[in-house]
Design a protein around this ligand. Structure first.
Ligand code: ATP
Ligand code: BTN
Length: 329
């Protein structure tokens, strides 16, 4: 009911809608409507009420409330169920718990703040309240575990396209899981897998995008940025709009992935890549390889051509990638 009232007020944003009209449309009493309006106010909506005129939505809260997400979402499966937290340790950890208990494909976990946000290899992901998009998606594709890294490509393409569509900013993808803007990190992807030897139980894809952050802790200042910092005007971005666009693009790329259209994803990934054709140093647990990043294969592995002309296939697992000026090779 709250959702329906919000739909009516949002549709008429800026104009009054009478209590009578809402009550007729939704077939509930005007007292019930008044109660739901108050509940919306408690959520942070500013709703003006005037005798004879009714209710008017003045301002929405800057939160990723599930009602707002549902109202603006264009996807069918991804985001069909939204679990929303004001504060949580990590949306990936929560999504894994839910998936373990049987939560369906497409459910997303969103938080305003993560106290234990994670990057790869257990590194911390800075996730302050209300500043970014910290979201995890539960997937149950019928694929073999070796194909799972392909979902990091799906998420990277979806996130880069969503940011470009909403802000026009030229976000690029740094292999394997970073979103870059003006050579700084603006987002990242963490794909986690639960599988048997040959079958996937579920996959959780976590996406973090720094949206309205104005500053970063000392240790990130040189390497991190946000969409707000990089855009020309300095007004806050609409996180709900960006999240909904992200989930929509994610669904589009995910459908391509599960219907065998990997080539389409790869082609887009290559067009958005910050890594291909640059000289890289790949730091693995036991070796370091240097060369030119020449291509990406079907599984998402990076192909690096060394000085002697041989090509190494790098899988994302444990490696770190650094771009280096060519004279250093
Ligand atoms: P590598 O080159 O080794 O892969 P990486 O930067 O890609 O390094 P990840 O594990 O993918 O490493 O990402 C985690 C790192 O991202 C953290 O160690 C920190 O340096 C950085 N980081 C943490 N929070 C943020 C944030 N909100 N925005 C940008 N960067 C962040
Ligand atoms: C990285 O660059 O290493 C990946 C960062 C991924 C961060 C996102 S935020 C939502 C989800 N929950 C987490 O704990 N991590 C991912």
């Amino acid at each position: 009911m709250k959702q329906e009232i919000l739909r009516i007020l949002s549709f008429n944003k800026g104009n009054f809608v009478s209590g009578e009209e809402i009550s007729e449309k939704l077939k509930v009493s005007r007292t019930a409507i008044w109660k739901h309006i108050n509940a919306l106010r408690e959520d942070g909506y500013i709703i003006e009420s005037q005798t004879r005129l009714g209710y008017r939505l003045v301002k929405k809260p800057d939160l990723l409330l599930p009602e707002e997400v549902r109202l603006n979402l264009n996807s069918r499966i991804i985001g069909s169920e939204v679990k929303y937290y004001s504060k949580i340790d990590s949306t990936n950890t929560e999504a894994k718990k839910l998936a373990q208990m049987g939560e369906k494909e497409g459910t997303v976990v969103i938080a305003e703040e993560q106290t234990g946000g994670r990057g790869r290899k257990g590194r911390a992901w800075n996730s302050p309240f209300g500043m970014g998009i910290w979201v995890s998606v539960i997937l149950r594709p019928q694929i073999s575990p070796v194909e799972a890294p392909g979902l990091t490509l799906v998420a990277a393409v979806a996130a880069a396209k969503a940011v470009r569509n909403v802000t026009g900013l030229p976000v690029k993808i740094k292999w394997p899981n970073d979103l870059m803007l003006n050579s700084k990190k603006v987002g990242g992807i963490l794909t986690e897998l639960s599988a048997e030897i040959e079958v996937v139980n579920f996959i959780v894809v976590g996406i973090g995008i720094n949206v309205n952050n104005e500053s970063f802790p000392e240790e990130l200042r040189e390497i991190a940025t946000s969409l707000k910092i990089e855009q020309a005007g300095k007004e806050k971005l609409d996180r709900v709009q960006l999240l909904c666009e992200l989930l929509h693009r994610f669904e589009e790329e995910y459908f391509a992935f599960i219907t065998g259209r990997q080539k389409e994803i790869l082609k887009q990934w290559k067009g958005l890549s910050d890594t291909l054709s640059s000289i890289v140093r790949v730091i693995g647990p036991s070796s370091i390889i240097e060369g030119r990043a020449v291509d990406l294969d079907e599984t998402g592995a990076l192909l690096v051509e060394k000085e002697d002309g041989s090509v190494e296939r790098i899988i994302s697992g444990d490696v770190s990638l650094r771009s280096i000026p060519s004279k250093d090779v």
